[in-house]
Design a protein around this ligand. Structure first.
Ligand code: C2E
Ligand code: MG
Ligand code: MG
Length: 388
């Protein structure tokens, strides 16, 4: 980011300053090296109490780098992620030790940077698992290993189906089975979210158009990850899919989480307006779990709020959750937004939400997410609806 923001010359001078600061932390008999663009390696050969001493030294390095670097009138602030490996426990060759330190450093980065961590073998297992999921996603994309299941969304007053939420499944026949809660974050960190997201949007719209043609006009909600949403060309992509599949845009709902919008709000609002201009509707998913301020909410061009399952699940037991639900219902009403309650599992929860005037709901009480054929069956059992 320093290179991108201020140019390579400033980047070089920042590195120079950091190297000088690190040098002041080196003691007799130790080695400091720059091994990559912004990566440094310390070798501390003789620590009497390796565990505590390495941590102390790491803290000193973090401290040394944390004070701002001034280059001319530019001020740069940096954070440090340090991974620590020990000889001989974590490896008995140089490359094994460097690898172990790398894994520990990655862990620190994943946990939000600015800190240190000791290597543990669990990190290797985690990395192996992540890699295996990446490979499975890649081949699922190339073959036919991805599927969409659809969970009915019900109009609570009439009990009729209003639409469905498309939820991705990895159906590649490989053990262990993993759900989107696990593999979507991996897809996000590996860059696979973009082709996967495109596949989801295209498949969901294709499915909607085919239901529509068969006389079943369902709204279809599609989850979109923040990374996908922020990519330039996202709006064009959606427009292209609408044109290619012939879906009427008002039947398409895009679900975004509030946290994905909060970062760089102005940019997000711009994209949201462009999506709405296509005639597509927007829902804020998992509402109540992020920390969007109410003033921001009123500036967001969204159509629906989906109140998070955690509140709905606690309706019967937790007074505070009921209070949050009441407040969100009042908020949605006063902002003129539709409200969807997620995770309705019991009749009591349904009764409560219906009484309070929540319009829409989904959850195991009505149905789990279903494969397309099962969904048609489910619909045909619902009064007043005729499946193809
Ligand atoms: P979400 O969008 O909030 O989806 C609702 C999740 O709650 C789904 O889990 C659904 O199966 C589950 N659920 C629905 N009703 C109930 C209920 O009554 N009780 C309980 N305990 N759970 C219920 P799922 O399918 O495992 O998806 C998890 C998350 O993964 C989704 O949360 C969404 O954030 C993400 N996801 C799923 N499909 C996609 C996709 O195509 N693209 C992206 N970017 N994310 C997706
Ligand atoms: Mg959702
Ligand atoms: Mg949700």
């Amino acid at each position: 980011p320093v290179n991108d923001l201020h140019g390579h010359e400033v980047g070089d001078r920042v590195l120079h300053t950091i190297a000088r600061r690190l040098e002041t932390c080196v003691q007799e008999g130790e080695l400091l090296a720059r091994v990559g663009g912004d990566e440094f390696l310390f070798i501390l050969p003789d620590l009497a109490q390796a565990h505590t001493q390495a941590a102390e030294r790491a803290a000193t390095l973090i401290e040394a780098i944390s004070s701002p670097v001034s280059i001319g009138n530019i001020e740069v602030r940096l954070s440090t992620s340090i991974g620590i490996s020990r000889f001989p426990e974590d490896g008995d060759t140089a490359s094994a030790l460097v690898h172990a330190a790398d894994m520990a450093m990655l862990q620190v980065k994943q946990d939000g940077r600015a800190g240190y961590a000791y290597y543990s073998s669990a990190m290797d297992e985690q990395a192996q698992f992540t890699l295996s999921i990446e490979r499975r996603l890649q081949s699922a994309l190339e073959g036919h290993g991805l599927a969409l299941h659809y969970q009915p969304i019900i109009a609570l007053a009439s009990g009729r189906i209003d639409g469905v939420e498309a939820l991705i499944r990895l159906e590649d026949g490989v053990a262990p089975a993993v759900g989107p809660g696990v593999f979507i974050p991996i897809a996000e960190s590996s860059g696979l979210i973009s082709p996967i997201g495109q596949w989801v949007a295209r498949e969901a719209c294709r499915q909607q158009a085919s239901w529509q043609d068969g006389g079943l006009p369902l709204n279809v909600s599609v989850n979109v990850s923040a990374l996908q949403f922020r990519r330039s060309g996202f709006v064009d992509q959606v427009r292209g899919i609408i044109e290619a599949t012939g879906i009427h845009p008002r039947h398409l709902v895009i679900e975004l989480t509030e946290t994905s919008l909060m970062e760089n709000i102005e940019e997000a609002v711009g994209i949201l307006h462009a999506i709405k201009a296509l005639g597509v509707r927007i829902a804020l998913d998992d509402f109540g779990t992020g920390y969007s301020s109410l003033s921001i909410l009123s500036a967001l061009p969204v159509d629906k709020l989906k109140i998070d399952q955690s509140f709905v699940r606690a309706i019967e037991t937790d007074h505070a959750s009921r209070a949050v639900i009441d407040a969100v219902i009042a908020l949605a009403n006063s902002l003129g937004l539709e409200l969807v309650a997620e995770g309705i599992e019991t009749e009591a929860a349904l009764d409560y939400l219906r009484q309070r005037g929540c319009q829409l709901g989904q959850g195991y009480y009505f149905s789990r997410p279903l494969a397309p054929a099962q969904l048609l069956q489910w619909c045909s059992h619902q009064e007043g609806l005729h499946a193809v």
